[in-house]
Design a protein. Structure first.
Length: 530
């Protein structure tokens, strides 16, 4: 095949990439909006815009009125800048398009890596799709998508070096530095390198008796160099101290769902369960064959995934190729005695014939992405965050009032208010749980659940309004409180405002238009507490 023809003829890997984009974001009911189901994307965009305008990385908080001037680590600053640039050029379309490309690229690279390692193509496809389904719990337009693709690339480089040592392994050092400024998942790379060093040491000790020191020293030096490279960030070692304190916080593990253990109810978690069982059996087989490095990777990340659902994606990335290899071994044993016309023999030959198609790529993925950049209709590109998750319509109707008030609201909805109104609007708390800490976080939970001091919390912070989910217990009390007026209720969100301005210092006046709306509102006050 000539050079030009090679780049113009689509491969099976290209077809997989394009099919995944179509399957995940065209065929599904949520379309591209599914990538915006987490409000953190909103503040990431606005933080990136601040950095573009000021030409600096923020050192103190930008978004809250509760902790003004407090130190803040924008530890994903580079990803934020990328989101801001895409948002300026294409709006939310650019942000979700990047996320979709990252997800399709992750799945395609994972399959290509699995086949490169020697797995049967059909087995690799089956296990790969299971991994795609399990990792879909975090298919959101957030910086962690850089860790998804980064893990595949890093582990592929490590495996290639173990087959034939060379200089490319040292690319992981600058990669670690880049990764640190994109997402906190750089710690996953350092963890895998540490397991690599320990595993090689054990393999050398229990192997053929030669006990060569140089592989252990080489990978140990690589681990140290990569760890040192992560200091190349705007905050230096203070970032590491902050991240470690955040990850070991008991309050974070108790309050934040993605830091809690998986709940084996949803389809994607059941797919993770299947990979978990297969991975543990694979680890036992690897230990029996003295492949300690791969076994350590599986066991370490299985432990992490069972403790925190956010590690499920890393676990399936590490484990899926190893499971596919183990199943391919059993596939070979199953096919070996079959005749030439047996169905399993035919399937095996089909898999062998298909393998080369997953080892190359062409220009077609780039052409498809370029077409998506310029095409508007009939694709349902998001113009705003999804209404099924955020009070978009209610906020739009009362934008003039909300932007100028202190609003008590859900932390995810606060992310959305940052996206809509920053810098005119400051929030109580938002999705940056590492920034607000346990004291303010617990206070927010007490108020939203209408616990003993909810009224004192709202008064102390001088809230002018409350934009509350209908499921919050505090909404029932606000309806009956003489100091609050229900201004709007769309069945999902309720907007309350203070009936009278209280004499708190340094608070902006409630807009005249809003006061007229409040006085003319016909919503009766409940009688339960009267």
């Amino acid at each position: 095949m000539s050079g030009l023809a090679r780049w113009l003829k689509p491969s099976l890997a290209d077809c997989l990439f394009i099919s995944l984009l179509a399957w995940l974001f065209f065929a599904g009911p949520d379309g591209w909006s599914r990538l915006l189901l987490d409000g953190d994307t909103g503040w990431h965009i606005r933080a990136g815009e601040w950095m573009l305008e000021h030409g600096a990385v923020p050192r103190t908080d930008l978004f809250s009125f509760t902790k003004p001037g407090a130190p803040w680590y924008a530890w994903e600053w580079m990803a934020d800048v990328i989101y801001a640039l895409l948002h300026r050029a294409l709006g939310l379309k650019g942000v979700v398009l990047l996320g979709g490309v990252q997800i399709a690229l992750f799945a395609t690279l994972l399959l290509r890596w699995t086949i490169w390692r020697g797995a049967n193509t059909l087995v690799a496809l089956g296990v790969g799709m299971l991994a795609v389904g399990a990792s879909s719990i975090h298919y959101l337009a957030r910086p962690h998508l850089y860790t998804l693709t980064g893990m595949v690339v890093a582990l592929w480089i490590i495996e290639a070096d173990r087959r034939q040592p060379g200089g490319r392994i040292w690319l992981l050092v600058p990669m670690a530095a880049l990764w640190t400024n994109l997402h906190g998942g750089f710690l996953a790379l350092i963890t895998c390198l540490g397991c690599l060093t320990a595993g090689v040491a054990i393999e050398e000790w229990v192997g053929d008796g030669r006990r060569r020191p140089w592989p252990v020293a080489r990978y140990g030096l690589l681990t140290v160099a990569a760890a040192a490279a992560t200091l190349a960030n705007p905050y230096g070692v203070r970032l590491h101290a902050h991240v470690f304190e955040y990850l070991r916080s008991d309050w974070i593990r108790d309050a934040i769902q993605e830091f809690q253990s998986p709940r084996f109810r949803n389809e994607n978690i059941l797919q993770f369960e299947a990979l978990l069982l297969a991975g543990l059996m694979t680890a036992a087989s690897l230990v029996a064959r003295r492949k300690i490095v791969e076994a350590l990777w599986i066991l370490v990340w299985a432990h992490q995934a069972l403790g925190s659902v956010r590690h499920v994606t890393i676990y399936v990335t590490v484990t899926a190729p190893l499971v596919a290899l183990e199943l391919s071994y059993w596939w070979t044993q199953w096919v070996a005695p079959a005749g030439r016309r047996a169905v399993r023999r035919i399937l095996d030959e089909m898999a062998r014939d298909a393998a080369p198609g997953f080892r190359r790529t062409s220009l077609w993925p780039a052409l498809v992405v370029a077409a998506l950049v310029v095409v508007e209709e009939p694709i349902r590109w998001p113009k705003d965050f999804p209404e099924e998750r955020f009070p978009v319509a209610l906020v739009e109707r009362h934008a003039g009032e909300i932007a100028g008030l202190r609003v008590f609201t859900d932390d995810q909805w606060a992310d959305y208010l940052i996206y809509r109104f920053y810098p005119r609007h400051r929030v109580y708390v938002d999705g940056r749980s590492d920034f607000y800490g346990p004291e303010l976080g617990k206070e927010y939970l007490r108020a939203s659940q209408a616990q003993y001091d909810w009224r004192e919390i709202l008064d102390r912070h001088g809230f002018d309004s409350a934009l509350a989910p209908a499921s919050w217990p505090v909404t029932s009390l606000l309806k009956r409180d003489a100091d609050w007026r229900l201004l709007a209720d769309d069945g999902k969100a309720l907007l309350f405002v203070r009936r009278q301005r209280l004499a708190w210092a340094a608070r902006p006046a409630i807009p005249t238009g809003l006061m007229k709306t409040i006085r003319s509102a016909e919503t009766p006050r409940g009688d339960f507490l009267e």
